[in-house]
Ligand binder design. Structure first.
Ligand code: SF4
Ligand code: SF4
Length: 372
């Protein structure tokens, strides 16, 4: 998923023609505003994955390596197998992709991802250490962080081309009908809010985690499997993962070939909200405001209505944001302890680490729509 072109300005919005049914779905790139990206060659974090491949892509990969291991996927797609015990994709070796020119679409679009609801909206995964988070705090302003996105040119081109390959217009129509039904049902019980109004209300009063939200929910245990654990990139250490133990959260280096490398210690998560510098609080607000603007979060809220039939959209959205904020603060605290920083207020750099250790989990939430 490495990118070779950096520092190139890209447009922040564009249109792509959906050829199969003659419709023209808009691909909204607005959430890339203010971000820049340059892949870090020492990282490899995004390759601890099982990317989905089309039949055409798997045929190309089999030409490169006839023994490529595939797993069964959905909708005519296969998955490139990763190594056992949480290891990286079969093609990753010493942080290099062995099929880079022929890597499949999920690898070519990363760190971007496109969500299809009633439109196609592109967002950037903030767990990628190549994405600069310095302007994220500005998303808490009414005008957002409007400035050109930098360095995503290849990834935008990949998404634009992929949009043309699918019946996106048909998906959008299907999703629109689904949401119309949900709206009718929820309106009858006064649980519905129109998306724009809901977003405006949440942005006007962002729910920030408090004492009631701590201690935070725990990551999976080791027994649930290393592949299920959260993952982040730590400079000079590589990919680090953590799991829940009785005494706290245990951190360790995850090996590319699978299995645990160096242990980095066990640290109790905070049982009250850690204190933040004013700048760190601004960053947390900016992150939550960014989540409010992501369609993926709204559509994850729609999905959640099936499990909470008596809750309003606003209550569910607030619960998502509080959980996201709590995890960011807790993981920031955990990473600060892991690096020997104790008893201090969390600063912007700590909060950034918390966001990076959390965001990909949020982008994995099931939604009422789909990813491209
Ligand atoms: S996570 Fe980001 S920085 Fe790391 S290898 Fe992937 S694209 Fe590059
Ligand atoms: S195919 Fe290449 S870029 Fe994609 S996950 Fe595997 S190693 Fe990484």
């Amino acid at each position: 998923m490495t990118s070779t072109e950096h520092g190139t300005h890209v447009p922040i919005s564009s249109r792509a023609r959906e050829e199969r049914d003659g419709k023209e779905p808009t691909v909204d790139f607005g959430l890339l505003s203010g971000f820049s990206f340059a892949c870090r060659p020492d990282c490899g974090l995004c390759c601890y994955a099982t990317p989905a491949v089309s039949a055409e892509e798997s045929a190309r990969l089999l030409q490169i390596e006839p023994s490529t291991p595939f797993l069964e996927g959905q909708g005519g797609y296969s998955l490139i197998a990763s190594r056992p015990e949480g290891g990286a994709c079969h093609f990753l070796k010493a942080n290099r992709c062995r099929c880079h020119p022929d890597r499949p679409f999920p690898c070519r679009e990363y760190p971007l991802t496109a969500h299809v609801g009633t439109r196609v909206q592109v967002t950037t995964c903030l767990s990628c250490p190549g994405v600069d988070l310095s302007r994220l705090a500005l998303w808490n302003r009414a005008d957002g962080a409007h400035s050109p996105a930098v360095g995503f040119q290849e990834e935008i081109a990949a998404i634009t081309a992929e949009t043309l390959k699918h019946p996106v217009g048909v998906w959008i129509e299907f999703n629109s009908r689904r949401v119309a039904k949900l709206r009718m049902r929820m309106q009858r019980h006064e649980l519905w809010s129109e998306p724009d109004e809901l977003r405006a209300r949440l942005l006007a009063e962002l729910p920030l985690p408090g004492s009631d939200d701590f201690p935070p929910g725990s990551p999976p245990t080791e027994e649930e499997g290393l592949a299920t654990l959260p993952l982040f990139y730590e400079k000079d250490r590589g990919c680090v993962s953590f799991y829940a133990r009785e005494e706290g959260w245990a951190a360790f280096v995850l090996r590319e070939t699978g299995g645990k490398g160096d242990s980095l210690g066990v640290f109790a998560p905070p049982d009250t909200p850690p204190s933040l510098t004013p700048q760190a609080e601004q960053l947390l607000r900016g992150y939550l405001a960014y989540l409010v603007r992501r369609d993926q979060l709204l559509w994850a809220v729609y999905y959640e209505t099936a499990h909470h039939p008596d809750a309003s959209l606003e209550e569910l959205a607030e619960a998502f944001l509080l959980e996201a904020g709590t995890q960011v603060m807790a993981r920031a605290f955990f990473r600060a302890r892991m690096n020997g920083l104790t008893g201090k207020r969390l600063e912007v750099e700590d909060l950034e680490r918390g966001i990076r250790a959390t965001d990909s989990d949020l982008l994995d939430l099931p939604t009422y729509g789909r990813v491209l």
